[in-house]
Design a binder for this molecule. Structure first.
Ligand SMILES: Nc1ncnc2c1ncn2[C@@H]1O[C@H](COP(=O)(O)OP(=O)(O)OP(=O)(O)O)[C@@H](O)[C@H]1O
Ligand SMILES: [Mg+2]
Length: 263
């Protein structure tokens, strides 16, 4: 079983000629087959964690380690990470003018599998998965995310998830902006992948409504650039009722984080 291990991860970003530390010692282990939810206030660094795992050049790793099955992820290029089995569904998926969905998916699958998928089975697989996600087949010929509605972009992220079959999937607010039916459709896609037992999922979300469909094995509170507390599914309900105040004000924080500034 593949294991993603994040140890004491520190990440900075350059903004306005200053270096700002966003991640301040993230510790997290995600195993294939497990579903982890990460909840936390706006600006606490959740997307920064997702981008850092994916290898976004804007984020500088200043300390700690990330390994996938013992292999150093931080040493890998973005495409090496994808081939190693890491997948990121972005909070704000980017448009790729001039590249059709169909081309994009086939190129990605070829890169990740190391060989081009057989055309016949591939076309069938794409069609079936799109149908399950209730995406109009016409999307295959449209340019990636160009003119897609918010919900259509999120479905397209899950289409990639289902077709690329990663070992570890980071889903950054895949539920935000979805209507109730779309939320259900997208959740079913995630659950189909989950049911294979071959993906470890890191679900970043603000709302427990998606967790009613995708029941997490673990829930983590993300605050001030690190994981401030961890628990089971009940922690999500507690957060929804009580908010994050206890975790953002140097309150009852577990894991030795007493709010002291990192040197
Ligand atoms: N590329 C960047 N340039 C400047 N500042 C950045 C950059 N990326 C992140 N930050 C800052 O880092 C902090 C954390 O941002 P991040 O997007 O990781 O938060 P988040 O927890 O995902 O929030 P949200 O719940 O609103 O999505 C914010 O203060 C943000 O402004
Ligand atoms: Mg975010």
């Amino acid at each position: 079983m593949a294991t993603l291990e994040i140890r004491d991860l520190h990440v900075t970003v350059e903004a306005d000629n200053a270096t700002k530390e966003i991640l301040k010692g993230v510790d997290l282990t995600v195993k294939q087959g497990e579903t982890h939810a990460i909840m936390g206030p706006n600006g606490s660094g959740k997307s920064t964690l997702a981008y850092s795992l994916a290898g976004h050049p804007k984020y500088t790793i200043t300390g700690g380690s990330v390994t996938l099955d013992g292999e150093d992820v931080l040493e890998m290029s973005v495409d090496e990470r994808a081939r190693a089995g890491l997948f990121l569904a972005m909070q704000y998926p980017v448009e790729i003018p001039g590249v059709s969905v169909s081309n994009f998916l086939r190129t990605s699958a070829t890169a990740i599998r190391g060989e081009a998928p057989k055309l016949r089975t591939w076309v069938k697989e794409v069609k079936e998965t799109m149908a399950e996600l209730q995406m109009d087949p016409a999307f295959a010929e449209r340019n990636v995310n160009e003119g897609f509605s918010g919900g259509e972009k999120k479905r397209h992220e899950i289409l990639q998830l289902e077709l690329l079959k990663p070992k570890i999937a980071v889903l950054d607010e895949t539920d935000s902006g979805l209507d109730v039916d779309a939320l259900k459709t997208v959740s079913e896609g995630v659950n189909r992948v989950r049911a294979t037992g071959e993906v470890g999922t890191l679900l970043i979300t603000h709302y427990t409504r998606i967790l009613k469909y995708i029941q997490p094995d673990f829930v983590h509170v993300f605050a001030n650039g690190r994981i401030a507390a961890s628990g089971g599914a009940e922690l999500a309900d507690q957060l929804e009722n009580e908010g994050y105040e206890a975790y953002t004000k140097g309150g009852p924080v577990t894991g030795g984080n007493s709010g002291g500034a990192a040197a």
